[in-house]
Design a protein around this ligand. Structure first.
Ligand code: ADP
Length: 750
């Protein structure tokens, strides 16, 4: 179908597409148009990666705005993708459309978005807007759900599912366009959304999947290509070199940000050897541009890799960095990009070859490595092959042994993607969304609540209505018993229930916290509060390892007086959970007592990312505890706030104020304190030689800190460190140095 023949879209679209070299619709796109996607018909498009799903969504949104008035909402699965999509849709502003993006804080109604034509948001954001009564949510004519197969995700899926159900209820004539990777049960998704289906395996370029093992690439059609690994290389490097010899570039998928960075560093040796003098020059100027973007270690590392023709790409990069990398990769200047799967799924960076290096990933909920799903691996593989440039794309996994070769063929190459399954019935999700649904007025009775759940994928997939009624009743009973709901001519949320819903807490976490706080007699200790929030279902507890049972049982008896609520009996199964909470709380207490990060990592056998995760969750839950305590007038707000601030900065109580000064952080706060500077006021009026010595003779740091504290004369020129101040040279943060640009309470970033 010629793009000029698409009905109901604005006239300018044809020219706009021509500018991008798009003349003809791809077959799945044409099918979508034939099924009425530009005439307001709902549609599920289940199509392989890189087959032009975005254009399907664009045509739907533009026709909705152009022909039917109202707004279009584009739901992205990740915050980082919101800015990608904004950039894409902002191109329409020159034709008079108004585009907005909202991702941030969860407690506003986003009133400024009213009147926009296209809004881009995450599903969590839309869910919270609905909880905060954003009026414009009732004025939508079209909603797009990108990567809708993520309803399968245990953590975030239920929110997406409920959000789509909510929007459908708010807007009875809403057009829903759901974009999905190829999944096992696309028809079920379409039935749920009352939508037509385009289910296609068409790709703009042929894809050959295979596994590399030994000195050969084994392809799915049974053929083999020689691809020898040299003694100095690993398998990934051999594939990258082989691709380079054919003039192509490679996308390597790994399982963490750190691995992406280290793989790029290593593969730089392979790419560097193949660069021409011109390319080297261009890469040098690209590296300089990258360094310009920001003054961080990541920026330096990226620039260093890029100079050698390799790059990494993950959600931790600045947006400008990502764009520079993507562009240079498309221009074939950067020869290899090492990426994490999460982000790369949504970014358009085709390559001649894709290597899926890591097919297992750390999963905190099981405490170990887990294989990726077929769907995820196929999505990564789908990035292989650049339409119009390559004859075909190749996507390979790497096997270390013959058994693994067989396993990878079975598991991924020949396998069909899994069906997606609703995770809403998981009790935490159902509790949370039942409360939110009543609190935001979408349901005022048991019957309305059931009717609401009828609109979910869960109901679609559960033939047994009696079961849905049963679990809904159980959840409602639970919410009533905990005073989050009350019977008032049907069902209504109490004030407490409204607070819990707005705080975005699992109601069971709220109940646990309230129960603990109510049991208090006097001020709680930090450990008591940490233990309280660590026991909630919103915190992943640390695992008890061998010996821990005994160790923490002992600690439990030692500090029993500090622990809130009623401990289960030592012979009860729940006691183990109590101890796991205690272990986690103890980690937080150690962190908030200024224990070094590497010591923590060793003591608890966790990585920096795990510590960061616990600290973030504790901070959020303690903030929520503070709000709940205020709601009940419990008068312990100050103690909770203090405990939260200590966790936030990783310091003892006496350092909290000082650590809050920007650029100070836990290590520097301690050094300043030792030098007699105990408060921000002290810092404002401090003697500069003392500050300089305490900050280990780093004039730039000292000046910045003084500026941030509001010192009248922060200038450090010609200041000499006070010899009477001894700055401890060994306690210099996780990596033994204090030269980092961004504060020093930085836990490893994942
Ligand atoms: P998906 O979302 O399915 O992964 P994209 O929407 O990102 O795929 O599209 C992949 C690429 O294909 C984009 O660069 C896009 O511009 C291009 N494209 C989309 N539709 C067409 C078309 N009909 N003709 C040529 N190129 C197209």
């Amino acid at each position: 179908m010629d793009v000029a023949d698409v009905p109901e879209v604005p006239e300018w679209l044809v020219g706009h597409l021509h500018e991008q070299g798009i003349e003809e619709l791809y077959p799945p796109q044409a099918e979508a148009v034939e099924r009425g996607v530009t005439r307001g018909e709902s549609l599920v498009a289940s199509v392989p990666t890189a087959s032009g799903k975005t254009l399907v969504a664009t045509m739907a949104m533009l026709s909705a705005v152009e022909s039917r008035g109202g707004m279009a909402l584009y739901i992205v699965p990740l915050r980082a993708l919101a800015s990608e999509k904004r950039a894409e849709f902002e191109a329409f502003e020159r034709y008079g459309l108004d585009v907005g993006v909202t991702t941030g804080n969860y407690e506003s109604d986003g009133g400024w978005l009213a009147g926009k034509d296209i809004v881009v948001a995450t599903s969590e954001k839309v869910d919270s807007l609905a909880r905060n009564d954003a009026p414009w949510l009732g004025e939508l004519s079209c909603v797009v759900a990108d990567e809708v197969h993520l309803v399968d995700d245990a953590e975030r899926g239920p929110t997406l599912e409920v959000t789509l159900a909510t929007l459908g209820r708010l807007n009875p004539d809403l057009q829903t366009v759901a974009l999905s990777a190829t999944v096992g049960n696309a028809a079920e998704l379409a039935a749920w959304l009352d939508a037509d289906l385009v289910d296609s395996t068409w790709r703009p370029i042929e894809l050959r999947k295979g596994v590399h093992y030994g000195d050969a690439l084994h392809l799915e059609d049974g053929s083999q290509q020689r691809l020898a690994v040299r003694p100095s290389e690993d398998q990934a490097a051999a594939v990258v070199r082989d691709t380079l010899e054919e003039g192509g570039s490679t996308l390597v998928f790994v399982n963490s940000r750190r691995n992406a960075e280290s793989a790029a560093r290593r593969l730089g040796a392979t790419t560097e050897a193949a660069l021409t003098a011109d390319e080297k020059r261009d890469l040098e100027s690209l590296a300089a541009e990258i360094r310009e973007v920001s003054d961080t270690d990541t920026s330096d590392d990226l620039a260093a890799a890029v100079e050698r023709g390799a790059a990494f790409h993950h959600a931790g990069l600045a947006r400008d960095h990502r764009q520079l990398v993507e562009e240079a990769f498309r221009d074939r200047l950067v020869k290899v990009v090492c990426a994490t799967p999460t982000l790369a799924a949504g970014v358009n960076t085709p390559a001649r070859r894709v290597v899926v290096r890591d097919w297992r990933r750390y999963d905190g909920s099981v405490g170990g490595m887990q294989p990726l799903s077929v769907l995820e691996v196929h999505q990564m593989m789908g990035r292989a092959g650049r339409p119009g440039r390559d004859p075909y794309g190749e996507a390979v996994l790497l096997a270390g042994g013959h058994d693994e070769l067989d396993e990878l063929f079975e598991r991924y190459v020949w396998a069909e993607p899994e069906p997606v399954e609703s995770k809403l019935a998981a009790e935490p999700a159902l509790r949370t969304h039942a409360l939110a649904t009543v609190a935001s007025g979408f349901a005022r009775s048991r019957e309305e609540l059931l009717a609401f759940f009828e609109g979910t994928l869960y109901a679609e997939q559960t033939a047994d209505r009696a079961h849905l009624e049963l679990v809904t009743d159980q959840v409602v009973e639970y919410l009533l018993a905990n005073d989050f709901l009350e019977r008032a001519d049907g069902l209504a949320a109490t004030n407490l229930g409204h607070t819990v819903s707005r705080l975005y807490l699992d109601p069971m976490s709220a109940a646990e916290i309230l129960d603990g706080l109510r049991s208090l007699d006097g001020d709680p200790t930090a450990l008591g509060l940490y233990h309280l929030v660590c026991r909630t279902p919103d915190m992943y507890e640390l695992y008890l390892r061998s010996g821990d049972q005994e160790r923490y049982t002992e600690l439990h008896y030692e500090r029993e007086a500090e622990l809130l609520g009623t401990a289960p009996s030592e012979f009860d199964d729940a006691f183990e959970d109590w101890l796991a909470g205690l272990k986690t709380a103890r980690l937080l207490e150690d962190w908030a007592s200024e224990l070094d990060e590497d010591e923590l990592a060793e003591r608890y056998q966790v990585g920096p990312g795990d510590i960061r995760g616990k600290v973030d969750a504790a901070q959020w839950l303690l903030g929520a505890a503070e709000s709940l305590a205020a709601e009940l007038d419990l008068g312990v707000g100050t103690a909770i706030r203090r405990a939260r601030q200590r966790v936030e900065h990783g310091v003892r109580a006496e350092l909290v104020e000082l650590a809050e000064v920007r650029g100070v952080g836990r290590k520097r706060a301690r050094r300043l304190f030792e030098a007699g500077i105990e408060t921000p006021a002290d810092l404002r009026g401090a003697e500069k030689p003392v500050v300089l010595a305490a900050l280990r003779n780093r004039p730039n740091t000292a000046q910045t800190v003084l500026e941030n504290a509001g010192h009248p004369d922060p200038e450090m020129d010609d200041v000499e460190p006070d010899p009477a101040v001894r700055a401890d040279e060994t306690g210099g943060g996780a990596n033994g140095s204090d030269g980092g640009a961004e504060g020093q309470s930085n836990l490893g970033d994942f």
